[in-house]
Design a protein around this ligand. Structure first.
Ligand code: GLN
Length: 389
C-alpha cells in the first residue's frame, strides 16, 4: 500500500473532541469541549421550524445567502462601528473552523511562517500544518498571559506572513487590551504581516473588559482577516455557521478557497439564524449577564477546592493548576478525572507549545445544575485521584 500524506502525520485527532468521547464513555459531566447544554434562543428555533416548510433546501450562494450576509454586515457595523460591504467583504463558512482554514490557505505559501501565541486553541496547530506553513510560537506568560513585546518583535523579524490572534482568548480567558492590540498592529504594519483574528467570543466578556476589533485600529482594516461564528453567541455550535470579514482583495481569494472546500454553509440554518443576527442590544447584555453568573458560580465553587485557577476576562474557559497531584502526563490526569471523579476536562498540554502538563481546562457554558453537579463531584477530587508524588 502507498503511504498516506506526510502532512497528516504531523498532528493527532483533536484532544478536545477526544475528551468529549472519553467523558461520554464514563458518564462524566463534560466540561471539556466548549459547548452549551442549554437551548438556543426560542425565536431562532421557531424560525427554524418554519424554514423547514419553506424553500431553503438547495444550495445558497456559495459565499453565503444574501440576507444572511446583509444581516451579518449590519450586526458587525453596529458593534464595531465599521461599515462592511456584504457582497465583497464577507464569506460565510462552515463554522469558524473553516473560516480559519480558508484564511490560512488564502494567505500562506508552503514554508511561510505564522506567529501563534501559546497557549493557543488547538486547531491553529493543525491549520498551520495543513497549509504547510511553519508556526513561530510566542508565549503568553501565566498568570496574566501577557506577551513580551521584544519577544514578539523577534518573531516578526523572521518575516512571518501572518499572526493569529484569538481575542477573547481560548483557553486562557485573556481579553487583549487596546494597547496590546496596538503593539501587535504596529508590528504587523512595520513587518508587512496579515493579522488573522479569531473573535468567536466577542460577546462573552466580563466587566470591565471590552472587546476591541483589531480591524478598527488605524490602517488595520486592509490587513486584518476576521474569523468569527454564530456558535457561541447564539448557542448553536452544531449549526456550523461561521464567516470571514476582510478587504475585497482578500475576500476574492477566500471565496475561491471556501467554494472548493465546502461549497457552502447549510441554507436552512443561515435563514433561521438571520433571526438571531437581528436581535437588539438587550440580547447581548443578557448573554453577558448569564455568562457572568455562570462564571461567578463556578469560580466560587472552585475556590472552595483550593486549587489555583485563572479568572477569565472573556470566553468561558478556566485553567486549573493540578501540579499538586504529581502527574507527569496531564492526559492521564484527565482520563482519571473522568473515570474516577466523573468530570471531563481538557489537558492543558494540547494548548501549550511549551512542555506544560500542570494545567487542565474546564469550560462553564453549562446550566447551573450541571455546574453544581460538576462541583459536587469535584469535592472528592483529593480523595479519589491517585497522587503521583
Ligand atoms: N471551541 C470549543 C473548545 O475549545 C469547541 C472546539 C470544537 O470542538 N470545535 O472546546
Amino acid at each position: 500500500m502507498p503511504s498516506l500524506s506526510q502532512r497528516t502525520a504531523g498532528f493527532t485527532d483533536s484532544v478536545i473532541r477526544r475528551m468529549t468521547r472519553i467523558s461520554n464513555q464514563y458518564g462524566a459531566v463534560n466540561l471539556s469541549q466548549g459547548f452549551p447544554d442549554f437551548e438556543p434562543p426560542k425565536e431562532i428555533l421557531n424560525r427554524l421550524a418554519e424554514v423547514t416548510k419553506e424553500d431553503f433546501h438547495q444550495y445558497s450562494i456559495t459565499w453565503g445567502a444574501q440576507n444572511f450576509r446583509e444581516a451579518l454586515a449590519r450586526k458587525h457595523e453596529h458593534f464595531s462601528g465599521q461599515k462592511i460591504d456584504p457582497n465583497s467583504e464577507i464569506v460565510v463558512t462552515c463554522g469558524s473552523t473553516e473560516a480559519m482554514m480558508a484564511a490560512m490557505l488564502s494567505v500562506t505559501n508552503a514554508g511561510d511562517k505564522v506567529i501563534v501565541f501559546s497557549p493557543f486553541y488547538e486547531n491553529y496547530g493543525a491549520d498551520t500544518i495543513l497549509s504547510n506553513a511553519e508556526p513561530i510560537y510566542v508565549p503568553l506568560i501565566p498568570p496574566e498571559f501577557k506577551f513580551n513585546p521584544d519577544v514578539l518583535e523577534d518573531a516578526f523579524k523572521q518575516h512571518p506572513k501572518a499572526i493569529i490572534v484569538c481575542n477573547p482568548s481560548n483557553p486562557c480567558g485573556k481579553v487583549f487590551t487596546r494597547e496590546e492590540l496596538t503593539i501587535i498592529a504596529d508590528l504587523a504594519k512595520k513587518y508587512d504581516t496579515f493579522v488573522i483574528t479569531d473573535e468567536v467570543y466577542e460577546h462573552i466578556l466580563y466587566k470591565p473588559h471590552e472587546h476591541v476589533y483589531m480591524s478598527t485600529l488605524p490602517d488595520m482594516k486592509e490587513r486584518t482577516i476576521l474569523c468569527n461564528s454564530l456558535s457561541k453567541t447564539y448557542s448553536i455550535t452544531g449549526w456550523r455557521l461561521g464567516y470571514v470579514v476582510a478587504s475585497p482583495e482578500i475576500i476574492d481569494t477566500v471565496k475561491k478557497v471556501h467554494d472548493f472546500l465546502t461549497v457552502g454553509a447549510a441554507a436552512p440554518l443561515q435563514e433561521a439564524a438571520v433571526t438571531g443576527l437581528n436581535f437588539g442590544d438587550e440580547y447581548y447584555l443578557d448573554l453577558q449577564q448569564k455568562y457572568t453568573e455562570k462564571r461567578d458560580l463556578f469560580l466560587k465553587g472552585l475556590d472552595t477546592l483550593k486549587i489555583s485557577h485563572t479568572v477569565p476576562e472573556g470566553a468561558y474557559y478556566i485553567l486549573l493548576d493540578i501540579s499538586e497531584f504529581g502527574y507527569d502526563d496531564d492526559l492521564r490526569f484527565c482520563e482519571d478525572l473522568a473515570r474516577l471523579v466523573g468530570v471531563g476536562a481538557v489537558p492543558g498540554s494540547s494548548f501549550f507549545k511549551e512542555p506544560e502538563n500542570r494545567y487542565i481546562r474546564f469550560h462553564f457554558a453549562k446550566k447551573e445544575d450541571t455546574l453544581n453537579e460538576a462541583l459536587n463531584r469535584l469535592n472528592d477530587i483529593r480523595k479519589k485521584m491517585p497522587y503521583h508524588v
